[in-house]
Ligand binder design. Structure first.
Ligand code: LLP
Length: 423
């Protein structure tokens, strides 16, 4: 039997006797009917619960939501209301957070190549702190200070020299990285000394980010050990143990829970005096499983002796992750969620590329027809945020659903939107 694992579905997902899937009390098919497909659907209760679990595990004002995983006004406000700070990695993400009504002091600015304008915007907005990534960035902040801007609170991003088991494209803690000050070659200490001596910054802490979608808590423990050592040797009030907690994407995959992750970090930081602040930066684990994508099937083509191709009405423009990282997903028809998925098919998108593969070898229930819906769960992180207009495909709408009501929080793009920058 291959029925979709319930752990891949949002928390309020229910399946009735006929196999019909609802989220937040609304049938997925009804949302597809009302808002069209492809459609990103988020379970609002799931989002809030994940935020609350993170705050319960790590403490108030210690969780910094990495907005790159999923950012729109509604999400920025939701995370803010739940007491999370927001990690913004560009001036654009900062603008979106401020535009949503989040105060600068609840934002933390990241980025390996922040422009003078991005730094100016962050300092002017009085962000909680800036995570400084390079000596060139220190030069830029010093220049802004000499022009009269106040000295921002900063943490320094340290590369701890730890390799984690994740895709190379999202591993960040190893020596060979574009991010941060290298600990092993002495840059980290040089940066700490320079920032401590500079009137242009108020050095409040150090930061590390070891990678994204980390599924082994042992990896966190290794990175923490290095960072805690360094932290105890410098007298600073704040430490950020960044690094994204991973999630399960497919049946049978497992990921640590928020509290397992917290336990490992707490043990690893037990030598740190209580008055110091330790922050964490989950992104994906807050939003990934809360969200799913609903597609409509357009064509079904069987090639005898080779395979069946099922084309859906989206693809690499709404989820580039399979092409970028070889990421695997599941798919199922929300009208027959409990059906045994016995057919091997390849689910592809509508883009003009053979590589536009949503799921290379998907299991689906027999006899999928044009007009059926297909859901890919666990697309809440880096789906909407990495979507593009490739082939001039308008980006899908985003819907939040809760307590029997679905509301559009990002509208579907129109054809007019596709040409609005033409001059
Ligand atoms: N903190 C910092 C400084 C980060 O750069 C990131 C992610 C996170 C936290 C959150 O990590 P997460 O919770 O997402 O694992 N597009 C890729 C992921 C790139 C992540 C970049 N930084 C993907 O789709 O897998």
């Amino acid at each position: 039997m291959s029925i979709i694992d319930s752990q891949l579905l949002p928390r309020t997902a229910t399946v009735n006797d006929a196999g019909v899937l609802s989220i937040g009390g609304v049938a997925v098919a009804a949302m597809a009917e009302q808002f069209g497909t492809p459609l990103y659907v988020y379970d609002e209760e799931h989002l809030r619960n994940r935020c609350r679990e993170a705050v319960a595990a790590f403490g108030k004002d210690r969780v910094i939501y990495a907005t790159k995983a999923f950012l729109c006004g509604a999400m920025a406000r939701l995370a803010h209301e739940e007491g999370l700070l927001l990690d913004v990695a560009t001036g654009g993400e900062l603008f979106a957070a401020l535009h949503a009504g989040v105060l600068g002091e609840r934002c933390v600015l990241h980025g390996n190549n922040k422009s003078v304008e991005e730094l100016r915007a962050a300092i002017t907005a009085r962000v909680q702190h800036i995570v400084v990534d390079s000596f060139d960035e220190l030069d830029r902040i010093e220049k802004l200070h000499s022009e009269g801007l106040p000295a921002p609170r900063v943490q320094l991003r340290i590369t701890p020299g730890v390799h984690v088991d994740t895709h190379d494209y999202v591993a960040t803690g190893q020596d060979d990285s574009k991010f941060g000050f290298n600990l092993n070659n002495g840059d980290a200490m040089r940066a700490i000394q320079r920032a401590q001596a500079s009137a242009a910054v108020e050095l409040v802490g150090i930061h590390c980010h070891i990678g994204s979608n980390v599924l082994s808590v042992a990896n966190f423990a290794d990175a923490c050990a290095v960072m805690v050592n360094l932290f105890l040797s410098v007298d600073l009030p704040e430490l950020t143990l960044g690094g994204g907690l991973g999630v399960a994407y497919t049946n049978g995959e497992t990921a640590p829970s928020m509290s397992e992750w917290a336990d490992v970090l707490k043990r690893a930081t037990s030598a740190i005096p209580a008055e110091k602040k330790v922050f964490v930066e989950p992104g994906r684990s807050i939003v990934a499983t809360a969200g799913l994508t609903v597609y409509e099937v357009g064509t079904v083509k069987s090639i005898d002796g080779i395979r069946t191709y099922i084309s859906v009405d989206g693809g690499m423009s709404d989820n580039p992750r399979p092409m970028m990282y070889g990421s695997a997903y599941e798919a199922f028809d929300p009208a027959r969620t409990s059906a045994d998925r016995t057919e091997h098919v390849r689910i592809v998108g509508k883009h003009c590329e053979s590589g536009d593969i949503v799921i290379n070898d998907a299991l689906v229930a027999p006899n999928v027809q044009p007009g059926d819906l297909l859901v890919t769960p666990v697309t809440g992180a880096y789906g909407h945020s990495m979507a593009s207009n490739y082939n001039k495909v308008p980006r899908p709408a985003v819907v939040f659903v809760a307590n029997g009501a679905a509301r559009e929080v990002v509208r579907r793009e129109t054809l007019e939107d596709l040409v609005r920058f033409d001059i």
